[in-house]
Design a protein around this ligand. Structure first.
Ligand SMILES: Cc1ncc(C[n+]2csc(CCOP(=O)(O)OP(=O)(O)O)c2C)c(N)n1
Ligand SMILES: [Mg+2]
Length: 340
């Protein structure tokens, strides 16, 4: 059930979502311009979930995330320039250029680890939540993962131990497979699971579950806040499944900015949404959806929306310049951070 949110919270979430979106558009552009090579994943289409989730956390809480991490790291407040530099593998990056896009991580903001191993975030999530429980201070852990992670055996074990030990973990499943549920249904399928309702897996272990529209930021915030409150109260883990449509640009193996640079005039009716991506522009893009909510019946908000976007774009232009100017790690540092 969607609870009405305050306007202040909506504006805060909108600014975060815009920054996440403009960040990913920069990543796409920098890849096209060959500033970095190798595989990468964009968070476009899932901004409502990540921004709402981060708004429910406190600074003392910890987080684990996945290969599709950019949005989480940015929404938690990481510096966009240092994050972009990391994706470019530069010395000025969040992790000195060692992590790259797949392992982008900001430990200072409570990210314990970012794992490119599907299912890794769930297992480290139970570990992180165990540490929080030992602290006895009401802090919690949030583990982000995709729908495919539940195919991994370790997911069952990690959920089981979290249930048995009442660990304060929000297991946040970002399910972007709604229309690519099985092989042959088109697009690049991620989920091949015998369970047709993923909630059945944690539910079998007695973990409370919720499914929420991952494009609706109000609904996400309400559902995640409820889960976070349960965890903080010592009632054990929760499982939240945020459903999003697969963004067309994530359908191919390599991301493509197929829907173009986001044009907020689509939310005011000043730019056309017709064509191949009509449904995405009208219903499935969380940024455009929230822009429409903010503008509904409040024409005076138009200037605020576009001013906010201009500020965010200027911030991203600075971030891009910083990342591109950042040098590659010095050869002499090659063996730094090597354990053995
Ligand atoms: C253990 C493991 N198996 C396979 C892969 C290759 N792989 C990378 S991303 C991915 C799909 C992940 O899907 P999902 O968890 O739903 O996240 P999404 O990319 O859809 O956000 C796979 C199979 C991997 N990284 N780790
Ligand atoms: Mg998926």
């Amino acid at each position: 059930m969607t609870k009405p949110q305050t306007d202040d919270l909506r504006w805060k979430l909108f600014e975060t979502m815009l920054l996440m979106r403009r960040f990913e558009e920069s990543v796409s552009r920098l890849n096209e311009q060959k500033h970095f090579t190798g595989h990468y994943h964009l968070y476009i289409g899932e901004e409502a979930t990540g921004s709402a989730a981060m708004a429910c956390l406190e600074p003392r809480d910890t987080i684990t995330t996945t290969h599709r991490n950019h949005g989480h790291v940015i929404a938690r407040g990481a510096d966009p320039g240092a994050a972009l530099a990391e994706i470019l593998g530069r010395a000025g990056g969040l992790n000195g250029g060692r992590g790259g896009t797949i392992h982008l991580c900001d430990p200072a903001l409570g990210f314990l680890s970012t794992s490119g191993i599907v299912g890794g975030s769930i297992s480290m999530g139970s570990g992180g939540a165990f540490a929080r429980k030992m602290k006895k201070d009401g802090s919690i852990h949030m583990a982000f993962f995709g729908d495919s992670a539940l195919e991994e055996g370790v997911a069952f074990e990690a959920l089981n131990i979290a249930a048995l030990w009442k660990l304060p973990c929000v297991f946040l499943c970002e399910n972007n497979s709604a229309e690519a549920w099985a092989p042959g249904s088109g697009g690049y399928t991620t989920l091949v699971h015998a369970a047709h309702d993923l909630r059945a897996i944690p539910a079998a272990l007695g973990i409370p579950t919720t499914r929420v529209d991952g494009v609706d930021v109000d609904a996400c915030h309400a559902a995640i806040m409820e889960g976070v409150a349960r965890c903080r109260a010592g009632e054990g883990p929760v499982f939240i499944e945020a459903m999003t449509k697969r963004w067309a640009g994530s359908a191919p193996l390599w991301p493509e900015l197929s829907t173009g640079v986001t044009d907020l005039r689509m939310a005011t009716g000043e730019a056309s949404t017709t064509g191949e991506h009509h449904a995405w522009f009208e219903h499935d893009d969380p940024v455009l959806r929230l822009a429409r909510t903010l503008l509904a019946g409040a024409p005076a908000n138009k200037a605020r929306v576009f001013d906010m976007d201009a500020r965010v774009r200027a911030r991203m232009a600075e971030a891009e310049a910083f990342a591109i100017a950042s040098p590659s790690p010095a050869a002499a540092t090659l063996l730094d951070h090597v354990f053995a």
